[in-house]
Design a protein around this ligand. Structure first.
Ligand code: NDP
Ligand code: 8X3
Length: 263
């Protein structure tokens, strides 16, 4: 096991997808891991897996990131062993719906803004003061290619991720003199996640969006997050935009069949 033993990472949205893969990657490298999300059973199962496979300490905290009171209560009950959070991975997020602006569902809009933007702000507000006090720490935000470009019917999701991109830059200005790194990872399409199922409100048929091309996998993003976190103290990777080879940008994807699959 690596010399990272003793360091703590708090991962939001760890009950599935990118967050879950990232929890595995950091646990494998000896980090103590705080995993968060709403679904208690998923977190419990992941905790069991991480502890038995990698022998690290794991804390599961189940709460709704849209609710500041719940976030605060969860952070306040972190036991001493996990209190020195070295890395905050602000990853919880979602797309809800895919509709032109004149037909958008207000509830979908509220959900995306409250989760992707306010949830990230709440967690940052609660944890960054501890990092400022220590004079070190690393905040890594999950942005998206949707934080750099827009695409048809992606309006509010893209706006929420453009806001994450703005916040990553603004947070860096506010925190760099305190020795805190702020980074973000900006993936294109990522499979082995529940992202598409959630976007299409559980419609499994509509969620089959990765069958005709080969996107990133959640572990590819996890590997990049670990790389970002593993740089020497004087190096900060500010943003990594990453896509599958068959994806050129948000609007151009080679959907002529899955290529480059490693079997
Ligand atoms: P998943 O749906 O697999 O994971 C989303 C995670 O966010 C889950 O663990 C979910 O946990 C958590 N979450 C959602 N809403 C809340 C909430 N209200 N309170 C607490 N936790 C919540 O999708 P991904 O892994 O793909 O998504 C992770 C991040 O990556 C998101 O920010 C997404 O926007 C971003 N992203 C995804 C891409 C993709 O193509 N998959 C590409 C680029 C960025 P639970 O449901 O248990 O609460
Ligand atoms: C997820 C990728 O292209 O669906 O952020 O917005 S995309």
């Amino acid at each position: 096991m690596s010399n990272k033993i003793g360091k703590v990472i708090l991962i939001t949205g760890a009950s599935s997808g990118i967050g879950k893969a990232t929890a595995k990657r950091f646990a494998k490298n000896g980090y103590k891991v705080i995993i968060t999300g709403r679904r208690k059973s998923k977190l419990k199962a992941l905790k069991k897996e991480l502890k038995s496979k990698f022998g690290v300490s794991v804390l599961d905290l189940s709460f709704d990131i849209r609710n500041f009171k719940e976030c605060k209560e969860a952070i306040n009950k972190i036991p001493r062993e996990f209190q020195e959070i070295n890395i905050l991975f602000n990853n919880a997020g979602l797309a809800s719906g895919l509709a032109p602006i004149h037909e958008g569902d207000i509830n979908d809009w509220e959900t995306m803004i409250d989760t992707n933007l306010k949830g990230l702000l709440y967690m940052t507000r609660l944890i960054s003061p501890m990092m400022v006090k220590k004079g070190k720490g690393h905040i890594i935000n999950t942005c998206s290619t949707a934080g750099h470009e827009v695409y048809p019917n992606g309006n509010v999701y893209c706006a929420s991720k453009h806001a994450v991109e703005a916040l990553s830059r603004a947070m860096r200005i506010d925190l760099h003199k305190s020795g805190i790194k702020v980074s973000q990872v900006s993936p294109g399409h990522v499979e082995e996640t529940e992202f598409a199922k959630v976007r299409f409100h559980g419609d499994e048929k509509k969620a089959k969006i990765y069958e005709d091309f080969n996107p990133l996998k959640s572990k590819d993003v996890a590997k990049m997050v670990y790389y970002i976190a593993s740089q020497p103290r004087h190096v900060n990777i500010q943003d990594v935009v990453m896509m599958g080879t068959q994806q050129a940008n948000s609007n151009f994807i080679d959907r002529s069949g899955r290529k480059f699959d490693r079997r």
